[in-house]
Design a binder for this molecule. Structure first.
Ligand code: GLC
Length: 549
């Protein structure tokens, strides 16, 4: 398997990255035009979210054809050029494989609708009367997870939008088709795959109502999931040392992740788990307004760090992606300590054991969109919940407050390249509004400032390559119950690294168990440090990385 421990992966949401032809949508040529910027940052691999033909009900996660490029994003020749140009800069490409479901516009679903039995068996169809769905399961985007088709007299399962029909992995023909798609992309020189909600693909043998929850306990980490992943691995990427794989694991358990991302490489290289990003939810309910629980955040991150390491399994480490709000708005400070807090948050993740992922714009400190009018929103999940929240009795104002914090559109606004019109993203009308703060938060300004967030990310990426302790060392949490300091120690072959971060905007002192004078500071978001013996005084959002051999 490919060496991925000292690499950093950068996520691109092509629709919002860079528009090369002025139609208001980002495209593949736009990505190619920014490769030098990405090479300068120092990332090794680009994960591109889906650019396949799609009706775009869920921004491309509703795939209508897995082997082509949607004309909105360019052509296959554009993609081949991107692969070649990235390769020249030592950067690989990772594609997003949405294999839990297809768009209902996919030819397979269309043929199923036309009555072809073979293709009906590609999906999860159930006979039943139109007034009662086969189970009471709830879609992840709100509303029932089943849709009735009068023409067929059948229901089909959609764990996500009604236009995203779940595939039937029980059917070996489906598994063979999907493996073939991976081989197709491998042959084009793709070096990585991210598997969308892949721990939901194995459905239970019996479909029954869930009287305790929304149904997820029946299909999350389902009965044959490990068998399916092993099979896919063997049939496609498993024997190829150049390929990196990551599975998006929805509501998963750590025990399952030991196997998904085990050192034996039988399934995947690593996993995304999301428990640490539910610390501002109530249980699994994200459409609420509660403050983030720092104690829980540390506890979850540390338990995954230690648990996965104890089993030789590997984490992807991250704060942001296209489904999460911007981290500086979520756990940092968009105002006075914008720069310091963005750097500190980056530091917490990048010095951990695991492969870090950066989501476009995170490296320049982009903030939430905070849209205050429903016609500014584009995301299907947000639009559904804006309605659902009000149906539950919330005022419109409350519904907006919740969307402004949790909507996925917070991270989908266009990349801010310059302070100019539309942040330099497009010369046309952007498909979603550009954040007004592009006047001062933009890549151009960041590149010019030696002390910028961009340059801090660049240093963190370089540090992982320079100090083996980051990529290969053990991690030990320090002072776990401290209410404001996030600290841990890394150790590898006699090298030690201490990462000490003040998570808040108030100064604090922190007492270490060791003499800090023996260490050398290799990175920090402040120039001067207040260290005396084993005590360190931390300024607002200060992050310090200390090292000794
Ligand atoms: C994943 C994707 C998300 C998408 C969903 C359904 O969670 O990250 O954007 O909506 O799967 O494909």
């Amino acid at each position: 398997m490919a060496e991925f421990k000292n690499k950093v992966i950068y996520q691109i949401y092509p629709k919002s990255f860079c528009d090369s032809n002025g139609d208001g949508l980002g495209d593949l040529r736009g990505v190619t035009s920014k490769l030098d910027y990405l090479a300068e940052l120092g990332v090794s691999c680009l994960w591109l979210t889906p650019f396949f033909p799609s009706p775009q009900r869920d921004n491309g996660y509703d795939v209508a054809d897995y082997r082509a490029v949607d004309p909105r994003f360019g052509t296959m020749a554009d993609l081949e050029e991107l692969i070649r140009e990235a390769d020249k800069r030592g950067i690989g490409l990772m594609l997003d494989m949405v294999f839990n479901h297809t768009s209902t516009e996919h030819a397979w679903f269309q043929r199923a609708l036309a009555g072809e039995k073979k293709y009906q068996d590609y999906y999860i169809f159930k006979e039943g009367s139109p007034d009662k769905a086969p189970t009471n399961w709830v879609s992840k985007f709100g509303g029932p997870a089943w849709e009735y088709l009068p023409a067929l007299g059948k229901w089909y399962l959609h764990l996500f939008d009604v236009s995203q029909a779940d595939l039937n992995w029980e059917n070996p023909e489906v598994r063979a088709e999907l493996a073939d798609i991976l081989r197709f992309w491998k042959a084009k020189g793709i070096q990585g795959f991210r598997f969308d909600v892949v721990n939901l693909i194995s459905k239970p043998a019996v479909y029954e109502d869930d009287h305790q929850g929304d149904g997820r306990r029946f299909y999350t980490d389902g009965p044959k999931i490990h068998q399916y992943l092993k099979e896919l691995n063997e049939a496609t990427f498993g024997r190829d040392p150049g390929i990196i794989t990551v599975g998006e694991m929805s509501s998963t358990s750590m025990e399952n992740c030991f196997r998904y991302a085990g050192a034996d490489g039988q399934e995947l290289s690593m996993v995304f788990s999301f428990h640490h990003l539910k610390v501002d939810f109530v249980g699994n309910e994200k459409w609420v307004l509660v403050p983030a629980d720092f104690g829980k955040l540390k506890e979850i991150l540390f338990s995954w760090q230690e648990g996965m390491a104890a089993h030789g399994a590997w984490n992807a480490v991250f704060w942001c992606n296209h489904d999460q709000p911007r981290v500086v708005s979520r756990f940092g400070d968009e105002g006075e300590y914008w720069k310091e807090s963005a750097k500190m948050l980056a530091n917490v993740i990048h010095a951990m054991r695991g492969t870090p992922y950066i989501y476009q714009g995170e490296e320049i400190g982009m903030t939430n969109a905070g849209f205050g009018s429903i016609d500014q929103y584009r995301d299907v999940e947000s639009l559904n919940h804006f309605r659902i929240l009000q149906e539950k009795g919330l005022t419109e104002e409350n519904a907006y407050q919740i969307l402004q914090i949790h909507s996925r559109d917070n991270s989908r606004t266009p990349m801010q390249w310059t302070s100019g019109e539309n942040g330099g993203f497009t010369t046309g009308e952007p498909w979603i509004e550009v954040n007004k703060n592009c006047s001062y938060i933009n890549a151009e300004a960041e590149l010019q400032d030696d002390d910028s967030i961009f340059h801090y990310y660049q240093k963190l990426i370089a540090l992982r390559k320079e100090y083996d302790v980051i990529a290969y060392g053990e991690l030990k949490p320090l002072d776990e119950k401290n209410p404001s300091v996030f600290a841990y120690e890394r150790e590898y072959q006699g090298e030690k690294m201490l990462v000490i971060c003040n998570f808040y905007g108030k100064e604090v002192t922190w007492d270490s168990e060791t003499e800090l004078g023996e260490y050398q500071c290799v990175l920090s978001n402040y120039e001067v440090h207040n260290i005396e013996g084993s005590r360190i005084g931390l300024k607002p959002y200060e992050a310090v990385v200390l090292y000794k051999k």
